[in-house]
Design a protein around this ligand. Structure first.
Ligand code: SF4
Length: 316
């Protein structure tokens, strides 16, 4: 792997004119922010199965759990199997991507709330997910996926990119050769990130690894990672982040004077109650840990899980 992590992306989000109507859906977030930090790998599953541009639109019809991708203007031509195969192909061939940004509401790429039609042509009440996106998720359930539309929500954006960086660290761990100690270190460095998203699962995963010497690493590691990624997909709240900030502040107890402790507690409380963003108490904590290094905290990814200039914690 190179220095920058790779993200798959629906090609129309990069401004490629591959949509059914000959247009694109260029996303400023993807082309101006994500390109600074990631290598983006464009994929258009509809073009990949040989459809031209422009082309008749696809519709999802039938069961929300297994919709068929049909082309009403071509007598209901069924493209389900081909789009599903594209999901499997991308999952297999792009094995070095650490996440995928998908075009929302697309019958191929959409991940959430894609329109579904009944066999009689009427809109169904239920919604579904695009056939390509569903297949990709089925093949690589741990791979972070997100709709571009949802990335405009700061909490969901932070959650997705956090998972992308964790996934990237896991890929690097595997590339370097997995060992018992490597797995334990990996878990240890993510303790506070897990505590911020799913405190119960943080403990459960610790128990899963507690008897590592007597377990088969090859079987246990994928099980661990699947559960870790599922836990991290739950967005952190101001309450859970505040809990982590308190744990971190506990490591400074011996080093801070009364005034510094009071100021730190005031900022954590202001963050908890929604007055200031997470970056404010975190910046003060980082300042204190620079002056009073703590080996345990220095090994945690929580204080800096991704590059600061992504500015993800300024908005949550
Ligand atoms: S949403 Fe997906 S299938 Fe549709 S044009 Fe964009 S990349 Fe292609």
């Amino acid at each position: 792997m190179g220095d920058r992590l790779k993200l798959g992306i629906s090609a129309c989000l990069l401004g490629e004119r591959v949509r059914y109507n000959g247009g694109h859906k260029r996303s400023a977030l993807c082309t101006e922010v994500l390109t600074e930090h990631f290598e983006l790998v464009p994929v258009c599953p509809e073009v990949a199965i040989g459809l031209g541009t422009p082309r008749p639109a696809i519709r999802l019809v039938g069961d929300a759990d297994a919709p068929r991708a049909l082309v009403p203007q071509e007598h209901g031509r069924d493209l389900t199997a081909e789009l599903r195969d594209q999901g499997a192909r991308v999952a297999r061939e792009l094995d070095d991507i650490s996440g995928f940004v998908l075009m929302h509401k697309s019958p191929s790429c959409g991940l959430h709330r894609v329109k579904l039609y009944r066999d009689n042509g009427h809109l169904a009440e239920a919604t579904t997910r695009g056939v390509f996106a569903a297949s990709l998720h089925q093949q690589r359930p741990e791979l972070p996926l997100e709709d571009e539309g949802r990335l405009h929500d700061p909490v969901l954006r932070e959650n997705f990119l956090n998972r992308v960086f964790v996934y990237g660290r896991w890929q690097r761990l595997l590339a370097g050769g997995l060992s018992q100690q490597g797995l334990l270190d990996f878990h240890a460095r993510h303790k506070y990130l897990l505590m911020a998203t799913h405190p119960q699962q943080q403990k459960a995963l610790g128990r899963l690894l507690s008897n590592l010497a007597n377990q088969n690493l090859v079987d246990l590691a994928p099980l661990y990672f699947r559960q870790l990624m599922a836990a991290l997909s739950r967005p952190a709240t101001r309450g859970t982040h505040s809990n982590v900030l308190q744990h971190l502040s506990g490591h400074l107890k011996q080093h801070l004077g009364d005034a510094e402790r009071t100021e730190l507690q005031r900022l954590i409380e202001q963050y908890r109650t929604g007055v200031i963003p997470l970056v404010v108490p975190l910046t003060l904590l980082r300042h204190h840990f620079n002056r009073h290094p703590d080996a345990y905290v220095a090994n945690q990814d929580y204080l800096q899980p991704y590059p600061d200039d992504l500015s993800l914690r300024n908005a949550i």
